[in-house]
Design a protein around this ligand. Sequence first.
Ligand SMILES: [Zn+2]
Ligand SMILES: [Zn+2]
Length: 256
Amino acid sequence: MKLSLLASGSQGNAAVIDNGDTRILIDAGLSAREICRRLDCVGVEIDSIDALLITHEHKDHIRGLGPLIRRHKISVYLHTNVVGRLSDIGQPASVREFTDGITWQLGSLNVKAFSVTHDAAAPVGFLIESREGKVGFVTDLGRVTQLVQQSLQGCRALVIEANHDEKMLREGPYPWALKQRVQSNHGHLSNVAAGRLLDKLLWPGLDAIFLAHLSETNNDPKLAKQAVEKVLSKQNRCLPTVTVGQQNQPTEWLTL
Ligand SMILES: [Zn+2]
Ligand SMILES: [Zn+2]
């Protein structure tokens, strides 16, 4: 199984997972054209994508959704509470609904959706399981709940939000109300909170960590990495790799 973050950050998010039989996208937060271009960069043909999973309906996760599924006949998996909110989702036949807490089979992958706290209709994280192991995917969450922590145990790769450095957010240019929103229970996870979560998820089988959804205004990739490496340094063993997702280009493939 391999994984690349095609884009990650407040301006747009998309990731691709491929286990050789089944290829999926998670989120489509760039224009359809740009998603195709980035897939091309990592050697994937858009028409070979089996399905698109959507975490929630914020623009930075669905910008390219309508055009993608209309032009390329891709099935899109949406939370039942989100379906009615999107006017631009093409043919109903291409829409599959899910609710959080359920696991379903998608080709040779098993997918589980679990709810997260964020200011959207029904935001979720995903657990993607293949014969090689599990990948946990969670961005856009205001706090780490018991459910999030339990859902992400035992993964070989984790994609975790490290949205902001708390000091940079506090002292930065955002208006007060927006600062409050970002740091609320329904906002975004800080670097320190991401580190704390990782501390609870470390196990010998964890090979790789991707830090995702970094704010360009309120974070610095170096600070995000430091916060996580501080946690990892307590471990006396072979450490997982840490990659910071970028807004402007895809990450290298991680192969499990
Ligand atoms: Zn987002
Ligand atoms: Zn969001």
